[in-house]
Design a protein around this ligand. Structure first.
Ligand code: ADP
Length: 187
């Protein structure tokens, strides 16, 4: 199963991806996590993207696409994966689709986690992992970037008939139950 887990910052993609990963035993590729790990380890990539993440802006498409396609070559992605935080722009979605079709495959499902804006802000401000982009001002930038550059990706996959809308409001387990209902139909 190849799944895109989509939604605005604070929608709970990472939390639900962890649960999907253990329940269905598929790999989880989170671009934000890869960038943060590279920043922490002071790699070349980390040095290149640090100021961008700190500002709440998007890393250039080419950098992200190269990184994801490279990562997908690892054996652990062979039997399926969850993409979390990617694709985040139309060019990224097109590059992903092209790459998959060159392998005679495609995304199975696109899950959109819907959460009202005020709830997103409250959640991000109350999470305790101390991310440098979790300040009120940076959250505003990230939500603006989401509306302008990322939200159109939803329509791109709607046109392909891949989208399932899921309410991201409720307890972690309630939301996971909703996701399972949808994924169990695809498996
Ligand atoms: P969130 O969904 O809470 O914003 P992520 O961990 O997915 O958090 O992303 C954190 C940051 O990493 C983004 O604000 C952006 O700077 C960068 N990033 C992650 N994925 C992408 C992507 N696909 N394209 C461009 N930038 C990205």
């Amino acid at each position: 199963m190849k799944l895109i887990l989509f939604g605005p910052p604070g929608a709970g993609k990472g939390t639900q991806a962890d649960k999907i990963k253990s329940h269905y035993n598929i790999a989880h590729l989170a671009t934000g996590n890869i960038f943060r790990r590279n920043i922490k380890n002071k790699t070349n990539l980390g040095q290149k993207v640090k100021s961008i993440l700190d500002a709440g802006k998007l890393v250039p498409d080419e950098t992200v696409v190269d990184l994801v396609i490279d990562e997908l070559q690892h054996q652990k992605y062979e039997s399926g994966y969850i993409l979390d935080g990617f694709p985040r722009t139309i060019p990224q979605a097109e590059a992903l689709d092209d790459y998959l079709s060159s392998k005679d495959t495609s995304i199975d499902l696109f899950v959109n986690l819907e959460v009202p804006e005020q709830e997103l802000i409250n959640r991000i401000l109350s999470r305790a992992d101390g991310r440098s982009d979790d300040t009120p001002e940076k959250i505003k930038t990230r939500l603006d970037v989401y509306h302008k550059q990322t939200a159109p990706v939803l329509n791109h996959y709607k046109k392909q008939g891949k989208v399932k809308e899921i309410s991201g409001v409720g307890s972690i387990d309630e939301i996971f139950e909703r996701i399972k209902e949808v994924l169990d139909q695809v498996k």
